[in-house]
Every structure is written in C-alpha cells, then in structure tokens.
Design a protein around this ligand. Structure first.
Ligand SMILES: [Zn+2]
Ligand SMILES: [Zn+2]
Length: 308
C-alpha cells in the first residue's frame, strides 16, 4: 500500500520540533481581537436565514447565491486545499495570488492559516494531535468547536514555509477579511440588500458548513475503499456539495493527487475545472495518481481495499 508523504511517525517529529513555534503576526493581543471579530461575524452569519423572511427575493439573488457558492467552493477546494495545502498542481505567482484571494473570499481565514492547520490534520489524522478529529473529540468539535474556539487560531508558519516565503501571501493572510469584504461590496452593488443577504451571506453560510462537513461527516459517514490509518470516508453527497472533496478516504490515501474522485464515476468537479484550466496554461503539472492505483480503479474489483 502506498504511504502518504507524512506518516504518523514523521508527524510526531514535526510536532515536537515545531510545536509552540508560531511566528505569525500580529501579536497575541491582535490575534485575540481578530478571533473575537471572527466569532461575532460567525454568529451574525447564522442569523442570515431569519432575514429571508423580511426581504423580497428575486431570481438574481438566487443566481448570485448559486454562482458565488460554486465559485468560492472552487476557491476552497482548488486553492486552500489542493494547491496551498497539498501542492497538487503548479501555477504562476500571479494566479497563485488570485487563488488565495478567491479562497479567502469564502471567509475561512487566511490561506497560510488554512494550509498549516490542514497539513496538521493530515499529519496526525484522528490521533490526539489532530486539529479536528470527530473520533477523538466528537462531531460538534470536529465541525465547529475547533474553528470557533481559541485553540487553533495561530498560524504555525513552520508548517507552510513554502508559501509563507511570499510576502504578498503573508500580507493577505494577515488581512484575511479583505477579499470577503470586497466581494460583499461588489455583491451589494450588483444585487442591493437582497443580493447581499441571499447572494452573498447565505452562500457564505452554506459554503462554510459544507467545507467543515468534510472534517466531521467526512470522517464519520461513508464508505472506505482504502484501509487508511484514519477514519476518513468516501461520501458521494458530500462530494457533490463540495465539488469533489467528499471522496475523502481516497484523498487521505493519496493526498497529493490533483484528483480526489479516483473512479470515473466519482464526480470531482474541481478536478474537471483544473483540467480545463490546464488547457489554458494557467495551471500545470497536475499531480497524477500512480499507475497502480489507476489500474485498480479500472479493474472489476475496484473498491476492494484488499485488491490494493
Ligand atoms: Zn480528513
Ligand atoms: Zn487534504
């Protein structure tokens, strides 16, 4: 069986070496203020469904909602996750910055913060060192608690040395709400108050829970093609909602691949879009699956971990 790049042993070494090394700015007080603002925004966002009863909604609002959900989900999956966390493909410095801006317009904190915590997750999946394991701390902690609390609001730059070397990314990470606020203004300009509430805020809320469901549901409910050392699952419903991220057991088995749907029937919209972008030259070197896994996916017994 193929071993992921970081094993549990190497993870602990990484931890003991880097734990407590948080070179981020601003300082502790600044971080706490930032976290309080995040928490308040987070609570306010959950009042959005109530506002739907008090405003007049038109077709443009729903179109904005669907469009901004899809576009920003791609920012989360292709940007935060496959590129900044796993380097599953390559791109130029300008498009790298664009991906970071798009990802951060989803209001899921800075791109360096996201990638650092996600690398931790893979390094220690479902062990006591995992950032958000439902196996260790239950569904609600994995879904919301780790995000909402103060335990993980630091960015361990030692885990993202590759990207923290770019000053523009460090700047964007520090002022991570700017893309979110900018997109809010644009949506308001296009759709007015109803556009802002339905098109922007509601899609942000849906995006938020769909993304976090990978950490909770994606480690609890679904099939397991590969006997990985974590509890990751393949969940087709989650895969549809998250443009391919629901094939989470596949992903934990081979995290650096650009695709997460390994079988032709496992719909992975993010990968399809990346393939299209590769035709334009905006992205390149999409990391493939090893031939051995591809052969097994085509075999009649694909899905049987024993065959792998
Ligand atoms: Zn996971
Ligand atoms: Zn991942």
């Amino acid at each position: 069986m193929h071993q992921p790049a970081l094993t549990h042993v190497s993870v602990r070494q990484t931890y003991s070496r880097t734990d407590g090394v948080h070179a981020n700015k601003p300082n502790r007080k600044g971080r706490l203020v930032g976290q309080r603002v995040n928490q308040l925004l987070f609570l306010a966002l959950h009042a959005t469904p109530l506002a739907l009863f008090y405003i007049e909604i038109n077709l443009l609002d729903w179109a904005l909602c669907a469009g901004l959900y899809g576009l920003r989900m791609f920012g989360v999956t292709a940007g935060y996750h496959r590129y900044f966390s796993h380097r599953a493909f390559r791109t130029g410095r300008f498009f790298q910055f664009c991906l970071a801006v798009l990802a951060q317009s989803a209001a899921q904190k800075g791109v360096l913060w996201w990638a650092a915590n996600h690398r931790r997750h893979h390094a220690a999946s479902d062990t006591i060192h995992d950032v958000h394991s439902p196996v260790q701390r239950g569904f609600w902690y994995a879904h919301l608690g780790w995000w909402f609390g103060n335990d993980h609001n630091k960015t361990d730059l030692s885990l993202v040395k590759d990207f923290s070397a770019y000053p523009e990314l460090r700047w964007l990470d520090r002022y991570h709400v700017l893309p979110f606020l900018g997109l809010a203004l644009i949506t308001f300009w296009i759709g007015g108050w109803s556009g802002l509430v339905v098109g922007f805020l509601l899609s942000t809320l849906l995006l938020f829970h769909a993304t976090l469901a990978i950490n909770s549901i994606g480690h609890m409910w679904g099939g397991r093609r590969f006997s990985t050392r974590d509890a990751s699952r393949n969940n087709p419903v989650l895969a549809l909602l998250t443009l391919g991220e629901g094939w989470h057991n596949n992903h934990h088995y081979f995290p650096s691949a650009a695709r997460q749907g390994f079988h032709p029937l496992e719909i992975d919209v993010t990968y399809v879009v990346l393939r299209f972008l590769a035709l334009t030259g905006l992205v390149y070197d999409l990391k493939p699956l090893p031939d051995r896994i591809m052969r097994d996916m085509r075999a009649p017994h694909s899905g049987n971990p024993a065959a792998l």
